[in-house]
Design a protein around this ligand. Sequence first.
Ligand SMILES: Nc1ncnc2c1ncn2[C@@H]1O[C@H](COP(=O)(O)OP(=O)(O)OP(=O)(O)O)[C@@H](O)[C@H]1O
Length: 587
Amino acid sequence: MAPRPSPHVYRRLLGYLRPYRLLLAAGVGASVAAAIATSAYAWVVGPLLRALLTHEPVTVAGVSLPGDALLKRLPLLVVAVAIVKATAQFLQGGLMQRLGQRVMADLRGFLYGRLLGQPPAFFERRHSGELLARFTADVPLVEFSVTQALTSYVKDGLQIIALLVTCFLIDKTLFLFTFVVVPVTVLPINRFARSLKKVATRSQERLGSLTALTAEQLQNLPVVQAFRGQPRALEAFEVEADKYLGEMRRSLFLRGAVSPTVELLGIAGVAMAVAWGARAVAADPALAGRLLSFMAAALLLYQPVKSLSGTLSQVLTGMAAAERLFAMADEPSAPDVGDAAGPLSRELRLEGVRATYADGREALRGVDLVVPAGARVALVGPSGAGKTTLFSVLLGFLPTSGGQVLWDGAPLTALQPSSVRGQVAWVPQEPVLFSGTVRHNLRLGRPEATDEELWEALRLAHADDFVRSLPGGLDELVGERGGRLSGGQRQRLVLARAFLCRPSLLLLDEPTSALDAASEAAVGEGLVALMKGRTVLVIAHRLSTVRDADLIAVVEAGRVVEAGTHAELLALRGRYTQLLGEGAVAA
Ligand SMILES: Nc1ncnc2c1ncn2[C@@H]1O[C@H](COP(=O)(O)OP(=O)(O)OP(=O)(O)O)[C@@H](O)[C@H]1O
């Protein structure tokens, strides 16, 4: 992932505020009111104290008031200012939090949308645990920093500006003297910020590795346990956890050091101002009232500066997370454009098709094959020959690196990938179900299907009897990955799902998993029904499927090396006969 400069990330995140300009303006308005109210405290506190101590007439904002009158009115004024400030702060907090939540909802949707459009190669380059870490750890970090930046940056920033202006207006010399320390303060904060960002990035990467490791081990726990691998798994976990702990320790140290340093520098500034002020008042007693106001403003500065510096470290952590998320979202993915593919009516033709995986392995090396519409073509071949890769190419998951695929004469590359997928039903060897109801799983390819259509598809897939016997019927929850159903039941639901899609091309990887005889018979009947009357490309594992096929293509080392009917190929006594002898298809 190429690191991007932060201004880019800031700008990009700010772009997400654009649709909510009004909300932002209202929030900023409330912050301005709160900042002015804070400054007003400083304006009134000096004269109030002076009147209290000396009972002399005092001038506030150019109006001279007798000390006694002032003492009566000022407390009321202080309460009024407090009410304005509290109301403005309440509004500011609420509006900005709401804005932050909206921005994050948009950002989350954008990121997930980008992920859903990525081809399998994208996910092969990453561990699923890493993606999980992005969503579970990075998104909340960005969320926190966006809402914090909006609330604290705006509120504290404006308060600091208002108080600095106040200090400047009260006494320019004092202002210059006091705030000479500011540039000195900025330097260490900047240094902290840079180190913090680096450490934050590293600790998030470590957390990603830890999550990846845990996810993999837990997902495959039965295998780990069967091989008595728990001690080694725990050891690997502890090594990763230690690395994460080390990074976190550094990060927490730096984060902890920011606020005290800023506080120390601030207090040093105030102390210097007091020392100077004491000497100046001795020379000019009229300065006392102004000095009190100035000191009040300077002390009021402490809270927003401290809060801002605390937020700064969190915002930087969030920006590092945003940078990683954007880098992931910006990975190029093929656009879903092109002519719409119609139902396959003539033929699917592959001419010298080549395909190479991201790691450079050429899995298809010139496949020539014609699948006439309505025909059933069986692919047989040894493991690793390229049969599954051929499906990946037809589904648009893997681009061709040579040759062409023609869909009724139109090159596949000129057709819109989603429209091709709309014509194809893919039944992988392992049935894939999602946690949710039977209905939810069936409707994957046709969300608008009615219950009647669902039952019809279930009947065709020989799955209606078992679904009817489930307590919840179509509303029965199937469990994570369909875990509450048997292997055969899962297979049949997947077949029913394919029926619902009414595909014009069926890509079928026959199940080989050991099913009991009754389930196997039911699944087999479902498969036969699904193939009937359709164009089918089937990776065949059963002899019956191969025998009944209109054409058998023997795939080896990324090419079709023999093609013909069962009888023709047997007569040839070539690779097909050899494969049958090796038991490449089950009897
Ligand atoms: N994602 C991948 N990245 C890199 N190489 C891959 C990938 N998937 C498959 N291959 C390689 O491509 C070749 C063809 O694999 P493919 O899965 O298409 O074979 P297959 O004929 O379907 O095998 P099987 O019958 O065992 O499923 C193999 O050498 C395999 O190692």
